[in-house]
Design a protein around this ligand. Structure first.
Ligand code: ADP
Length: 472
């Protein structure tokens, strides 16, 4: 099968969050099973771009509204990632350092999608499936069906994967002029509450839709940032497939970012050495349980509850634990997290940045990972933590509910709580401290979670079955 993934992110070319990890891993696993998986993404100006060799495979032009653009498709030369990686270069629009966050993101991702379709419609053969990811690429199924220029590819089946339904890419109807000439009778496919809503449009027009966990799909029926009724209406073509983790990248036995490698059978010493190094770097006492948080400091992740919860936990339990935070996001949260650092020197530290290497060292060196998320479509952090022997402390929501069982339950291995509240977080930190002090139980929990199969293999099969169900 030939599968073309279209995405804004792909690890290691450009990563903001879990989307990149998924698009960097799933095609690799599909290729390993003998399929021909390709990824096309915008040519962000990243280190991976400059560190690798590329060849030009296509040049084209298109009009978007009153503007005329030239675009180039380049391909990474050596199949370094285990699949073909293509990037779209549109001078002045896509060749920027950040993936998102520009005032003209609407124009940038519209142009990206048009360029991809211009390119595919010129291929001599057709891919079997076009797999689009999140709202940045969700207008593609609509454009394939209803833009006259792409009628030769309108029959290619499409799958939309929703990694996060909070972000939908809304734009005013004035932006409809950017779309290549289309069948205006179909305006209803684009519309949601008098705006163009790319995610809603993708849900309506793709042949199948999936979310990154079954639990999240269930929640979207009730809370989907305005799309609840659409999810209920389109339920027949929706399913949930939990993400896996890429064992080539996330494996304590081979991870080159961590100080001391360890395996699933013999991890006590390796984990200890990683913790020792991390504690030395941040002047923590290595004999205390170390809690970490890694992620975007945003409301969805309940990062706003962290400063209060951490202070309250220090008041309640005394200096019986350490805590290290890595992330960036809302400036008020960044500020509050940094402000408390002065009060708990030697027990608490915040690193406001994005740092892939440090994140690996933290998964390897910590005892507990905090994830109090309000919304978590799948969550990868808890799976990385489990693989590295770090106990996830999670709120029961979305993919966290699907992947973590409380250690108080049969065959459990994590710490779970119900509410995104300071009470629940502090109580769970207390349970973590208790578990840390019960060494035989901690060892049992670690053994159990490190041996869970979290690989992409099972989910890759599920995606292949989904493709088969839409290939005519
Ligand atoms: P989301 O995609 O909603 O941000 P996920 O749990 O699906 O959340 O994926 C988050 C990914 O981003 C993980 O690989 C995590 O390690 C990584 N990550 C998030 N913030 C940072 C950071 N500040 N530094 C390094 N890695 C980070």
């Amino acid at each position: 099968m030939e599968i073309l993934h279209v995405s804004a992110e792909c690890y290691p070319m450009a990563k903001v969050g879990g989307l990149a990890d998924v698009v960097g891993a799933l095609p690799k696993y599909q290729s390993a099973l003998g399929h021909f998986a390709k990824v096309v993404m915008p040519m962000h100006r990243t280190r991976f771009l400059t560190d690798n060799e590329w060849e030009v495979v296509h040049k084209g032009t298109f009009d978007m509204g009153k503007l005329h653009y030239d675009f180039t498709i380049i391909k990474e030369k050596t199949n370094k990632l285990g699949f073909d990686l293509y990037c779209v270069d549109i001078y002045g629009l896509l060749d920027r350092e950040k993936v998102y966050g520009y005032n003209d993101d609407t124009e940038r991702f519209m142009a990206f999608q048009i360029a991809v379709l211009e390119w595919i419609s010129k291929w001599h053969h057709k891919p079997d499936v076009i797999h689009v990811h999140d709202h940045h690429t969700a207008l593609i199924p609509f454009m394939m069906k209803y833009c006259y220029a792409y009628s030769n590819i309108s029959n290619i089946p499409t799958l939309l994967t929703i990694h996060n339904a909070q972000y939908q890419g809304w734009m005013g109807w004035d932006k409809s002029m950017y779309l290549p000439s289309w069948d205006t009778w179909r305006w209803g496919q684009l519309d949601w509450n008098n705006n163009i809503n790319p995610l809603a449009c993708g849900i309506k027009c793709a042949d199948k839709v999936n979310t990154v966990s079954p639990g999240y799909l269930g929640e979207l029926m009730q809370h989907a940032n305005g799309l609840e009724s659409l999810f209920n209406y389109e339920m027949g073509k929706c399913s949930g497939i939990i993400n896996g983790i890429d064992y080539a990248v996330w494996n304590p036995e081979t991870d080159t970012f961590i100080l001391d490698n360890y395996n699933l059978k013999d991890f006590t010493n390796g984990k200890h050495l990683n913790k020792q190094a991390l504690c030395r770097e941040f002047q923590f006492d290595e004999n205390l349980p170390l809690f970490i948080f890694i992620g975007r400091l945003v409301n969805e992740k309940a990062a706003d509850l962290l400063p209060g919860s951490i202070q309250w936990a220090f008041q309640k339990f005394g200096e019986k634990f350490c805590c290290l935070i890595l992330g960036s996001g809302e400036s008020s949260v960044e500020y509050s997290l940094q402000a408390i650092a002065r009060r708990y020197v030697g027990y608490y530290n915040t690193q406001i940045k994005y740092n892939e290497k440090l994140s690996h060292q933290m998964y390897a060196g910590a005892d507990f990972l905090l994830m109090p998320s309000r919304i978590e479509p799948c969550g990868l952090n808890q799976m990385y933590a489990m693989r590295y022997g770090t106990v996830p402390v999670v709120r029961r929501t979305g993919g966290l509910r699907d992947t973590v069982i409380d250690y108080g339950e049969t065959d459990g291995y994590g710490i779970c709580f119900n509410n995104p509240s300071m009470d629940d977080i502090v109580y769970s930190i207390g349970r973590g401290i208790e578990l840390f002090e019960n060494k035989p139980k901690l060892l049992e929990v670690r053994n159990r979670m490190m041996n869970i199969n979290l690989s992409w293999e099972t989910s890759t099969e599920k995606y292949l079955n989904l493709y088969h169900s839409i290939i005519h």
